[in-house]
Design a protein around this ligand. Structure first.
Ligand SMILES: [Zn+2]
Length: 239
């Protein structure tokens, strides 16, 4: 199995690695800093360099538990056994880390202050949407949540990554609320992202170290997507 460095350290932008497998759908490495698409976060992009070659990674996906580095169309893959330097597009990833952390803070605030659970979400670098189990939504509500969100982000809550036994995770109220039970039974321990005092959920993505690093967030749109499904669109102010 690939050593998934990004799951412990989201700030490592490159690593040396060995090519374990070259498949039709991409490259498997013995270790990687490339985070696979999942939970609304797009897969990393970047570059693989080796003695005599270089290729672009267009996407990163997970297939049957493996992290697959998907190459650009027609790219020449490195040979099996090659030593490569795997490097992500750091600016893009860091923007995703800020965007992802903003979504967690948003979901924590909307649950704590309004009692509404998340029903879905998605993000691109600097822009994201999140759907909530709310009966109604107004622009005024959006402005109110935006103010609360920015206040919370500026309070600089630390973001902790931990791995906890599945049995323990299944008894944690915060993790139950965020549907930890839907994670496949083979996953144990479970990775947990805890934004101290704000939000806690099982998550496979990458986040910043503390909320001030997110910067200022704008709620750019509020809309109804059906009964008990209301959408907020957010963006990073400096994107
Ligand atoms: Zn997440």
């Amino acid at each position: 199995m690939t050593d998934e460095i990004f799951s412990r350290d989201a700030y490592q932008a490159s690593t040396e690695a060995t090519v374990v497998e070259v498949r039709d759908d991409g490259i498997v490495l013995d270790r990687t800093v490339f985070c696979a698409r999942g939970g609304g976060q797009p897969g990393d992009t970047g570059t693989l360099r080796w003695d005599g070659g270089e290729t672009r990674v267009a996407d990163t996906v997970r297939s049957a538990g493996e992290v697959i580095h998907v190459l650009e169309e027609g790219a020449v893959p490195p040979p099996v056994g090659a030593s490569v330097v795997a490097e992500i597009d750091w600016a893009r990833r860091h923007t995703l880390m800020r965007t992802h952390t903003a979504l967690h803070a948003l979901s924590g605030i909307v649950f704590t202050d309004y009692g509404a659970k998340v029903t879905g979400g998605n993000m691109e670098p600097g822009v994201a949407r999140m759907d909530f189990e709310l009966d109604g939504i107004t622009q005024e509500f959006g402005r109110e949540v935006e103010a609360k969100l920015n206040t919370a982000l500026q309070q600089d809550h630390e973001v902790h990554v931990s791995f906890i036994p599945r049995a323990e995770a299944l008894m944690d109220p915060d993790l139950i609320r965020t549907k930890v039970s839907l994670i496949p039974e083979t996953v144990d321990p479970i990775r947990v992202i805890d934004i101290s005092g704000l939000d806690k959920q099982a998550d496979g993505g990458t986040h910043v170290r503390s909320t001030s690093e997110v910067g200022t967030v704008r709620v750019v749109k509020t809309e109804s997507k059906g009964k008990a499904n209301k959408r907020m669109r957010i963006e990073l102010a400096d994107r």
